[in-house]
Design a protein around this ligand. Structure first.
Ligand SMILES: [Zn+2]
Length: 419
C-alpha cells in the first residue's frame, strides 16, 4: 500500500468516524439516543480499555482461510517468478464470542497491488461500505453479531511485521474496535514450524500511541485441525489453479463483449435508460453513472429533459404509445367498441414491431449472461472487488433496461379500461 493511499484511507476511515457525532450534534440528537451510543468518543473508549483486550485470541474458519490463500496464491506462489510477486488485500468478517474469542468467519478478497504495497481505490471503499451494510443486515436477520472484524494482506516472501503503513491501516480498524485483527499471509512460510498455515495474526498493543504503538502476534486457532485444514485447502487451490484462468476469461467476456459492446450498443440503438445529465458532465465512464431507481411510469418529457438526456428510441416509443392510448381511450368513452378493437389490434402490432428488435437483442444478451454466470458462480468466493463489480454492474444495467422494456411490452397490450 503506498503511503499516500494509506493516508487517504486512514483519513477516510477517521473522517467517517468523526463525521457522524458532529453531524448528530448539529441536528441536535439527544445524548441518550441509540445512534449516539453507537458512536462513542474514541478518547474515552481508549481510556476505559484494559490492555488484555488486545490479546483476545482468534479462531479462523476454513471458509475464511480458503478465500485468503486462494486469492493470495494467484499473485505470489512458487509457480510465479519472484520478481512478479504482488501483495493482495482483503477484509475479515466475524464476531466476538463472549468477549473472549474472535471468530473469523469470512475473508473477502478486495484488491491486488504491487510487490509491497496495495492501493485502495474508490471502488474498494464502495465495496467495503456495501459489504459492511449487507453483513449488518444479515446479522440482524440471523440474530448474529457479525461485522468487519479486521483486514488481511500478504507479505510475499517477507516477514510478519507491521510496516508504518500497516500500523496506520490497523489503527483505522483497531481504534474504533479493540478486537480488530490483522492477518498477514506469506506463502513462503507455509509448513514452517511456527506459521504452519502461512499466517500470522497481529494486533497493536497500545493503539492510543498511534504510529508509535507496538504490536504482537495473537494466538491463532483453527476451526479444524491444522493438517486437515491444509489438506482441504490444497484441493481448493488445485481446482482454482486449473479453473480460475477460464473463469477470469468469462468475466472479461462479460465486461468487453456483453457490457461494452452488446449492452452499450443496444442502449445506443434502442435507448431506454435515461442518462442523468450531471453524470455526462462529470464522467464518460458508464459504470460511474449513478443508477436511479426512481423512474416514472408517467412519461413527462419536459420533466425528464431538465435532468436527463433522453434516448431517441425511448422518446419515440413513449410518444407513440401515449398517442395510441389517447385515441383508444376516446373510442372507449364513445362506446365505439368495434372501431376500438380494430385500432387496438393495429396499434398493438405496430408497437410490437418497434419493440421486437430490442426484445430479441435483450433476450439473447440475457441468456448469454446467464450462461456465463453459471460457469462463474462456483468461483465467486475467489473474485476480488473489481471482478465482482463487473458482474454486478452488468446485472444492474441490464435489470434497469429490462424493467423499462417490460413495462413498454405490457403497455403495448393496450389493456385499457373506462376511467
Ligand atoms: Zn504489510
Amino acid at each position: 500500500m503506498t503511503k499516500e493511499s494509506t493516508k487517504q484511507e486512514l483519513n477516510k476511515q477517521t473522517e467517517r468516524l468523526e463525521d457522524k457525532p458532529s453531524d448528530e450534534e448539529e441536528i441536535g440528537l439527544e445524548p441518550n439516543s441509540s445512534n449516539f451510543d453507537e458512536l462513542p468518543n474514541i478518547d474515552k473508549l481508549i481510556e476505559k480499555r484494559d490492555p488484555e483486550i488486545y490479546k483476545t485470541p482468534i479462531k479462523l474458519t476454513f471458509n475464511a482461510y480458503k478465500r485468503i490463500i486462494s486469492y493470495a496464491l494467484r499473485y505470489a506462489s512458487e509457480a510465479i517468478s519472484e520478481k512478479n510477486w504482488r501483495e493482495a488485500y482483503g477484509i475479515l468478517i466475524g464476531s466476538v464470542e463472549n468477549n473472549e474469542k474472535v471468530i473469523i468467519k469470512d475473508a473477502i478478497p478486495m484488491v491486488v497491488g504491487e510487490r509491497a504495497g496495495v492501493k485502495y481505490e474508490n471502488k474498494q471503499y464502495v465495496d467495503m461500505a456495501q459489504i459492511d451494510e449487507s453483513v449488518y443486515e444479515r446479522s440482524i436477520r440471523d440474530k448474529k453479531n457479525d461485522f468487519i472484524i479486521g483486514w488481511w494482506h500478504t507479505h510475499p516472501g517477507f516477514e510478519f511485521r507491521f510496516s508504518d503503513i500497516d500500523t496506520q491501516t490497523q489503527l483505522g480498524y483497531q481504534l474504533p474496535n479493540p478486537y480488530a485483527i490483522a492477518l498477514i499471509f506469506n506463502h513462503c512460510k507455509l509448513n514452517s514450524n511456527n506459521f504452519y498455515l502461512g499466517l500470522a495474526a497481529l494486533r497493536l498493543l497500545n493503539p492510543e500511541r498511534g504510529l508509535f504503538s507496538s504490536y504482537d502476534y495473537i494466538n491463532l486457532e483453527v476451526e479444524i485441525n491444522q493438517e486437515k485444514m491444509i489438506n482441504k485447502v490444497q484441493k481448493v487451490i488445485k481446482d482454482n489453479f486449473k479453473n480460475l484462468p477460464k473463469i477470469l476469461k468469462e468475466i472479461e467476456y462479460v465486461d468487453d463483449i456483453l457490457r461494452k459492446r452488446a449492452l452499450a450498443q443496444l442502449q445506443r440503438n434502442y435507448g431506454l435508460i435515461l442518462v442523468p445529465k450531471r453524470d455526462i458532465i462529470i464522467t464518460d465512464k458508464e459504470e460511474d453513472a449513478e443508477e436511479d431507481d426512481r423512474y416514472l411510469y408517467e412519461w413527462d418529457p419536459e420533466f425528464f429533459k431538465k435532468s436527463f438526456r433522453i434516448p431517441k428510441f425511448r422518446e419515440k416509443i413513449e410518444e407513440e404509445i401515449k398517442r395510441d392510448e389517447k385515441i383508444l381511450q376516446e373510442l372507449l368513452e364513445l362506446n365505439e367498441l368495434k372501431k376500438y378493437e380494430q385500432k387496438k389490434d393495429k396499434f398493438k402490432k405496430k408497437i410490437q414491431v418497434m419493440l421486437s428488435k430490442p426484445n430479441d437483442w435483450f433476450n439473447q444478451l440475457s441468456s448469454e449472461f446467464t450462461k456465463r454466470i453459471e460457469i462463474i458462480y462456483p468461483y465467486y468466493d475467489y473474485l476480488d472487488t473489481s471482478e465482482r463489480k463487473i458482474l454486478e454492474h452488468f446485472e444492474s444495467r441490464s435489470i434497469e433496461y429490462n424493467k423499462i422494456l417490460d413495462s413498454l411490452n405490457t403497455r403495448a397490450q393496450f389493456n385499457l379500461s373506462l376511467e
